[in-house]
Design a protein around this ligand. Structure first.
Ligand code: ADP
Ligand code: MG
Length: 695
């Protein structure tokens, strides 16, 4: 056995461990429960819990926890020891089926958007048996969903599981029409994760990094990413050691960490795992982000996951590669090689096209955050306008279907759904520029607008549900059709006509795209506050209710939480910027001004004939900038004082966006100019050059 064989999934209670440790019939029942997404029988739960505990104890584990994903964006855990006291003053180690299946954390401090008032503070957690239990730091972690007592979702996982159900239900209906015997369809996801690594000692000298995870000040360094010498460049030994360590930690948890490379910006890197089923991929991505931070610490580094840690160099995102697979192992976005496969592919393809067109707003909302606002549309990430890239070849195929004319691109003379095989279309190279938010890349779609720190759950809820809705409409229509083949053809052509406006293969960074998108009637929601109100649109509430993803109450609570999170993030940014400006930057500038003034006075005293023009020029610039800095501080302070407390959340958020953010930007502009004038030994914190080029 190789090192990797030994290591991989060694901390996971996975299928092979279950097979080894569970009685045969228990294993079979559990497996059936998992495969069919059913509820777990309490008797089975007891047997599973016992085996899980024994396995964990063998590995030195003393505690267990229900591991869940509240709406804070990160994960939560509360550890309980396996200890149960006995009469003789000793204890036994126990773990029951009910403890495995259900937990009752006092969860009053998690965001609930008014769903759970503090006097009924308890929520409950329920095991998601499709995601394996694992050991983290000597604690047995049981992946769970987190709900209120009324059954309302308080987490990221519950709606994700619901949306997977909805997608499966509708996709199976459609597959039946094609004579397929799949009984479940599962969305697959492979998230590519970008991040920055910086030196820990330097990080600790910057309050902005400590409090907000990003820099709020910092002049452009003499060198940035203009030479493109970092992307795919040789990985430095210190980073390589970090990556090796990270991979090992992730492999132990059964995470398929696969690809690693340097990204565009100095100090920026990426890790991509092999795709897996969406809820597991989401759990794994949360663990990946957690371990990136912890492993960095071991190497004297800090991992930054903020969307835009440094102005002027690329920020970090996450690409959510998405497809659907049947329980018989067939990728539904694989174009296939028989006429029948091609027809089925086209139907699933137009289902996605319709979904993205009808629910542009939901996709946009699913990636909206204060952090990602600094990145989307900034010529480094897709624009805020949602569109689909299909590549020229596939677009031509759809065009010719729509026109009913022959497609002569690659060997096929004419094209009729269900009669012809689609020509082979290679992944289009024009997609390399990566400007499209939602790109078809051969046998999957890649949603590229996510921010690096976000949970991938929300965007997958939106994609799964929107596609489920397309498929529901198609199944309703086609199930009643007298002639399936011709109804299918008519439907596909109609859908192409109705939704082709969302297809855009051009340069998404170009200014002209904004105008063109407007003419096409596409939504352009540049910021979080522009996007969020669309969550409450009637069509969206109807979608969520139809597929049992969210009740109207749940949607409203999520809307409130999103606004609150945005407001808090901007407040913390502004307070941090103010504190740094007042207590670090201004004193440093004044000290330096004093030094220059003393120098000038000393020179003049030494000999009045000597020239002090350089000192005077510098003093003029310094004092002018000091005045401007002091004014900008007062302006920002007043803006924060006058922050419309008592107004509704949206009004507050809009105020922060339209008043406080520009005030912060102005403060920063002046401070950054001062950074270029002041003696570097007096500047109170490490500069961009220090942070970006020292690891
Ligand atoms: P890149 O986008 O960097 O060129 P790839 O397209 O090869 O890289 O893969 C990126 C990610 O897409 C990987 O995580 C990979 O596992 C994932 N992926 C590949 N096929 C699928 C699929 N059918 N469903 C979901 N994700 C997939
Ligand atoms: Mg990619």
């Amino acid at each position: 056995m190789s090192h990797l064989d030994d290591l991989f999934a060694s901390n996971v209670f996975n299928d092979s461990v279950m097979q080894q440790r569970l009685p045969k019939d228990t294993y079979r029942t559990l497996k059936k429960t998992i495969d069919e997404g059913r509820h777990l029988d309490p008797q089975i739960a007891n047997v599973v819990a016992h085996a899980m505990k024994e396995w964990a104890i063998d590995k030195g584990v003393t505690h267990y926890t229900h591991w869940f994903q509240p709406l804070t964006g990160i994960t939560a855990e509360k550890h309980d020891a396996f200890i149960t006291p006995t009469d003789n003053g000793r204890m036994i180690q126990s773990f029951s089926g009910s403890e495995l299946v259900r937990g009752e954390p006092d969860a009053s401090s998690f965001p609930s958007g008014g769903l759970r008032s503090t006097f009924e503070a308890r929520g409950y957690t329920a095991w998601d048996p499709t995601s394996y239990a694992f050991i983290k730091d000597g604690v047995l972690c049981i992946p769970t969903a987190f709900c209120s007592y009324g059954g309302e979702a308080l987490d990221q996982k519950t709606p994700l599981l619901r949306s997977m159900e909805a997608l499966s239900r509708q996709a199976v209906r459609v597959l039946k029409l094609f004579g397929r015997d799949a009984t479940r369809v599962l969305p697959t996801v492979g998230p590519e994760q970008e991040y920055f690594l910086i030196d820990r000692a330097l990080y600790e000298q910057r309050k902005d990094l400590i409090f907000t995870g990003r820099t709020l000040f910092g002049a452009k360094p003499p060198k940035g990413q203009e030479l493109d010498d970092h992307y795919f460049g040789t990985i430095r030994p210190r980073v390589q050691a970090f990556m090796r360590d990270l991979n090992e930690e992730l492999w132990k948890l059964g995470i398929y960490a696969k690809t690693e490379h340097n990204e565009c910006a100095p100090g920026q890197h990426e890790m991509a795992p092999v795709f897996t089923i969406s809820n597991i991929s989401c759990d794994h991505n949360q663990l990946t982000m957690e371990y990136m931070k912890r492993v960095a610490e071991r190497h004297g580094l800090v991992c930054l996951l903020a969307e835009k840690p440094f102005a002027g160099v690329n920020g970090s995102g996450k690409h959510n590669n998405w497809s659907m697979i049947t329980n018989t192992g067939y990728n539904l976005l694989n174009p296939g090689n028989s006429p029948h496969d091609s027809a089925q592919f086209l139907l699933f393809l137009v289902a996605v096209i319709r979904a993205v067109d009808d629910f542009q707003d939901l996709l946009r909302i699913s990636v909206a955050s204060a952090g990602n606002d600094h990145r989307l549309g900034g010529d480094e990430a897709p624009p805020a306008i949602i569109s689909i890239f299909l590549g020229d070849e596939l677009t031509e195929i759809l065009d010719s279907l729509e026109r009913g004319t022959a497609y002569t691109g690659h060997g096929v003379q004419e094209l009729a759904v269900g009669v012809h095989v689609l020509p082979h279309f290679p992944r289009d190279n024009t997609d390399r520029d990566r400007t499209s938010p939602f790109a078809f890349t051969g046998n999957k779609f890649e949603f590229r607008s996510l921010g690096a720190s976000a949970s991938i759950s929300e965007c997958n809820v939106m994609i799964n549900t929107a596609v489920a809705e397309s498929l529901r409409v198609y199944a309703d229509e086609l199930e009643g059709a007298a002639d399936f083949q011709s109804a299918l053809h008519t439907l596909i052509v109609r859908e192409i006509k109705a939704h082709k406006r969302i297809i855009f293969n051009g340069n998404g960074y170009a200014g002209s795209w904004i105008e063109e998108a407007r003419q096409r009637g596409l939504l352009n929601l540049p910021s979080t506050v522009d996007a969020l109100p669309h969550l409450l649109a009637e069509k969206n509430l109807r979608l969520f209710a139809e597929h049992k993803i969210f009740s109207s109450t749940e949607v409203h609570s999520r809307y409130e939480i999103a606004l609150e999170t945005y407001i808090k993030a901007i407040h913390i940014d502004a307070e941090t910027a103010l504190s740094m400006a007042k207590r670090e930057i201004l004193p440093a500038v004044m000290r330096f001004t004093g030094e220059v003034a003393s120098t000038a006075a000393a020179v003049k005293q030494y000999s009045p004939a000597l020239n002090t023009i350089p000192e005077e020029k510098l003093l003029t610039a310094l004092t002018e900038h000091t005045c401007a800095l002091s004014e900008a501080i007062t302006t920002l302070e007043n803006a924060l004082l006058n922050r419309l407390k008592g107004e509704d959340l949206l009004t507050q958020a809009k105020y922060l966006q339209s008043v406080v953010l520009p005030d912060m930007a102005e403060l920063r502009r002046i401070a950054d100019e001062l950074e270029t004038m002041v003696d570097k030994h007096l500047w109170p914190f490490p500069t961009y050059a220090d942070l970006l080029f020292t690891v």
